[in-house]
Design a protein around this ligand. Structure first.
Ligand code: FAD
Length: 428
């Protein structure tokens, strides 16, 4: 195959790569997507947040998704010790989308990439990026604006027959998810500050789903402070189920993955009867120590987006929304730069993205300290606090009119402390 020269190379055709490609194409920037797998392909991350609907709308990818009639997610239910905490996205502090979807990602991602191809983007499936070299004008660590001009990076791609070719690009968007292409090649990984957690999950074909809302409701069943089960029903009749917990907890179950998950189901009082006899549609997958972090989100001639940059935890379903938020943001900044405008990547990319990541990091950390669970399951509920937290859970984590965004570090701890004091008073 001949070498290719392009403005922007996108690695990976997941949601992050797709929204980035759509934005670039809509704005007349030449781009190419290289994807290691063939679609449809399985990937985990099936509960979306309302905020990402705006990303699909903005890039012209919403209508094709609407046509798929995915299961509507209008909120989320959390259960613990018989107490139910229901969030309704229509009742949230920040204006914005009040629903999203629960999606089998194979179908969802396939729909997205087909639409991107329809827009005219060149996508090569079964092509894997194996190496990237940056030219002398794009030396790492140099945070100045990258000089425009073809050939700043040379990416080696291998097709399924083992043939190699090069792609010369002015800019690379690394949306390779857990492939983590540039973090690996450029040693950008840093340890996550979150607890080492793991997950085990599969899909079941529900033969006897409860009627009505109960059958379609997304639920997080909290079995102990640090172990929980997700139940995500899809509109195709299948349901995704998965346990999350400390790595040693997941490792403590014996046998094949199916046996482990069957055994774990026994600890869910609420779901055991509904799920115990359902056949697993595939041998459960285990992903260990899933949290990832990097020491920089961009460099000369590249940006990391989606999971290739940061992944926190599945508990608040923030992964796909960060993938689309960062994919669009990187594509916008590259468009500006290729049009000759100055871009401050540190402020407008890292600063912006990390602001949202930090809010979610607080919520994830405080979930596992137990403080957030205290607030969720405290009765009676405080409706104002609930609407403010609901906006965070809907993905609106840049809205500083929301005290639970602006003062996220302090407020969750403080409210939990007040609940503790109230409980002590009642006890005395
Ligand atoms: P991906 O969707 O992973 O796409 C990356 C693509 O890059 C893949 O198609 C891959 O084949 C391709 N690729 C990789 N390497 C190469 C290479 N060398 N060359 C070419 N192509 C390559 N998120 C949510 O929003 N909601 C959830 O409920 C949720 N649950 C989760 C549960 C668990 C247990 C875990 C671990 C994560 C969960 N996530 C969830 C996170 C979610 O999986 C990711 O955040 C999301 O898929 C990221 O999208 P992406 O576009 O960055 O990457």
């Amino acid at each position: 195959m001949n070498d290719i020269t392009i403005d922007v190379l996108i690695i990976g055709a997941g949601p992050s790569g797709c929204v980035a490609a759509a934005h670039l194409k809509n704005n007349g920037i030449s781009c190419k997507v290289v994807e290691k797998n063939h679609f449809p392909r399985f990937v985990i991350g099936e509960s979306l947040l309302p905020r990402c609907m705006g990303h699909f709308e903005e890039t012209g990818l919403l209508d094709c998704l609407m046509d798929q009639k995915f299961e509507i997610k209008a909120g989320a239910r959390f259960l613990k010790n018989g107490v139910v905490c229901n969030f309704d996205f229509a009742k949230k502090h920040t204006k914005g989308w009040d629903y999203t979807w629960q999606v089998p990602r194979a179908d969802f991602d396939h729909t997205l990439v087909k639409e991107v191809i329809k827009k005219g983007v060149d996508v090569s499936f079964g092509h894997e990026v194996t190496d990237v070299k940056f030219g002398s004008s794009a030396s790492l660590g140099d945070r100045n604006l990258f000089p425009q001009g073809v050939g700043d990076s040379v990416t080696t791609v291998k097709d399924e027959n083992g043939n190699e070719y090069n792609i010369n690009a002015k800019f690379i968007i690394d949306s390779s998810g857990y492939g983590r292409v540039l973090p690996r090649l450029l040693n950008l990984d840093k340890p996550s500050t979150l607890n080492p957690n793991s997950a085990i999950y599969t899909h079941v074909k529900e033969t006897d789903r409860p009627e009505g809302v109960e059958g379609t409701l997304i639920t997080f069943d909290v079995v102990t402070d640090d172990v929980w089960l997700w139940v995500i029903p899809f509109s195709n009749g299948n349901t995704s189920i998965g346990f999350v917990g400390p790595t040693e907890f997941i490792e403590s179950f014996k046998g094949a993955n199916t046996e482990k998950l069957k055994e774990m189901l026994k600890i869910s009082d609420y779901y055991y009867d509904r799920l115990k006899d359902q056949e697993f549609l595939f041998e459960p997958h285990i992903i260990k120590n899933y949290s990832k972090a990097v020491n920089q989100l961009f460099g000369k001639g590249y940006a990391l987006t989606g999971n290739s940059a940061e992944f926190l935890d599945p508990v608040f379903s923030s992964g796909v929304t960060f993938a689309t938020e960062s994919g669009i943001k990187a594509a916008k900044l590259i468009t500006k730069e290729l049009n000759g405008e100055k871009v401050d990547w540190e402020k407008d990319y890292t600063g912006y993205i990390m602001k949202g990541v930090d809010v979610f990091r607080t919520y994830v950390s405080e979930w596992y300290t137990g403080n957030l669970q205290k607030i969720f399951f405290h009765r009676p509920e405080n409706p104002v606090i609930k609407e403010q937290i609901c906006a965070v859970l809907a993905g609106y984590v840049w809205d500083e009119t929301n005290p639970f965004v602006k003062n996220h570090k302090r407020l969750v701890k403080t409210v939990a402390k007040v609940i503790d004091m109230e409980n002590e008073k009642n006890f005395i």
